[in-house]
Design a binder for this molecule. Structure first.
Ligand SMILES: [Zn+2]
Length: 177
């Protein structure tokens, strides 16, 4: 699990990632508030939100929150997998937590933006999902291309086309009567 000091680094990474992603997609602060997602770390995850090997797990919670609301509701929870992120940092001296955190969160936010814009289907077939993953890797490189952050280039080199960025899980919410 992330230590309190590591949580601070991750918070900073989230701030940077949100900033560069919103800029890249030209999403204003007001519009960004409508993108429904949350980012949580291991301490706040339930057992079924924990993934074995990926850096993150995106869970889509969808349903109708109550009977009065007609609109379908999607909400994405980005569950960061502390244990796998820490393992990557411990495995390779050149991989630092801040640039890796920025990289992982930016990649996941690119997915979220694409889900929200209906450019990507959450429940895509494996082949489509694989193609989308390559696209998201490419876009992420573009989003981070102009960001000047020590050792980010190394992270991009090592994880630029990593196959285990995230797992996706769908969770249908029961309608609350
Ligand atoms: Zn991905």
């Amino acid at each position: 699990m992330f230590s309190p000091a590591e949580i601070q680094v991750i918070s900073q990474a989230v701030e940077i990632a949100e900033d560069v992603t919103a800029n890249y997609f030209k999403i204003s602060t007001a519009q960004w508030k409508h993108v429904r997602y949350d980012i949580r770390t291991l301490a706040e995850l339930s057992p079924d939100e924990i993934a074995d090997y990926a850096f993150a797990q995106i869970i889509r919670y969808s349903g109708k929150p109550d009977l009065s609301r007609q609109r379908h509701y999607d909400y994405f929870k980005i569950c960061l997998q502390d244990q796998n992120i820490i393992a990557a940092v411990e495995r390779d001296q050149g991989v630092k937590l801040l640039p890796l955190g920025v990289y992982v969160v930016t990649h996941e936010l690119v997915h979220i933006v694409r889900f929200c814009k209906f450019l990507q289907r959450f429940d895509a077939e494996p082949l489509e999902r694989q193609q989308e993953e390559m696209r998201v890797h490419e876009i992420t490189q573009g989003v981070l291309g102009s960001l000047r952050l020590p050792q980010l280039n190394y992270v991009l080199e090592v994880y630029g086309d990593y196959q285990f960025m995230e797992q996706l899980k769908d969770h249908k919410l029961a309608t609350l009567a």
